[in-house]
Design a protein around this ligand. Structure first.
Ligand code: GLN
Length: 264
């Protein structure tokens, strides 16, 4: 039995090696098997709380710009999907381990990530902002010296904090969810948090008790894209781009953005 298993393993490994070798010029092969089953339900992972991109509304419905854009694109392109809110870092990990086919989570397109993932066209522009409690005296980055800031694991906000840490002499505490990070700043455990500006601006407009004290537009401008694992799910990425173009043209995209960003 053992011997059989190891033989089978070796056979499988050889097969996958062979597949790797021909992958570069044989894209049709890998997409062909997927599109043959047009009944496929794609598993798309997302964040849990990242308003206005994904969050649970007062009726406990999971809504947001990402949620609506994906729904509109899937309808336009006629594909089925299941959206699973896992948290940002976990969503990316699930993509990497093959448990999900794609990620839509206000995910920034960065050069580093492009080594591992294929991104769709940009669907929203963003950059990193630093926010402190509304009632704090903090005026900006200089006021963070000797203090601890909050950042969300695996995000551009965290990357930004790591980049500025030495220069401004602060420590970083990591959180898995944006909401926990804000709470920590409001409680006063940490003095500021690093978050995407559109998300922070939305939170502030909803009265989350924070204020923006600095912005990192130049080095941390990070447009959002839908991601698949590099070289995988090419047909899904194509459908996403085609659908995005269509919903931009027919006004659906603008309606979705207005629905979540106009003053309430
Ligand atoms: N845009 C940020 C990133 O991609 C944060 C995303 C998120 O927290 N959902 O790193």
């Amino acid at each position: 039995m053992k011997k059989f298993l190891s033989m089978a393993l070796i056979a499988a490994m050889t097969l996958s090696l062979a597949a790797c070798g021909s992958n570069a010029n044989n894209e049709a092969d890998s997409t062909g098997s997927d599109s043959a089953s047009s009944d496929k339900t794609y598993v798309i992972a997302t964040d849990t709380v990242f308003a206005p991109f994904e969050f649970s509304d007062e009726n406990n419905e999971f809504v947001g710009i990402d949620v609506d854009i994906l729904a509109a694109i899937a309808e336009d392109q006629g594909f089925k999907y299941e959206l699973t809110p896992l948290g940002f870092d976990a969503a990316v990990a699930s993509l990497e381990s093959g448990q999900s086919d794609g990620v839509i989570a206000g995910m920034s397109i960065t050069e580093e990530r492009q080594q591992k993932y294929d991104f769709s066209d940009t669907y929203y522009d963003s950059y990193v902002a630093i926010a402190a409690a509304e009632n704090s005296d903090s005026q900006g980055l200089e006021d963070l010296r000797g203090q601890t800031v909050a950042a969300k694991t695996g995000t551009q906000g965290a990357e930004c904090a790591e980049t500025l840490k030495e220069e401004y002499g602060f420590d970083i505490q990591y959180f898995d969810e944006s909401s926990l990070m804000y709470q920590d700043v409001i409680t006063g455990n940490t003095v500021a948090c690093f978050e995407d500006q559109p998300v922070m601006a939305y939170g502030i407009s909803q009265g989350n008790g924070l204020k923006i004290v600095a912005e990192e537009k130049e080095n941390f401008s990070t447009p959002y894209g839908f991601a698949v694992l590099k070289g995988q799910n090419a047909e899904l990425l194509e459908m996403f781009n085609a659908g995005l173009a269509n919903i931009k043209e027919n006004g659906t995209y603008d309606e979705i953005i207005a629905k979540y960003t106009s003053a309430e």
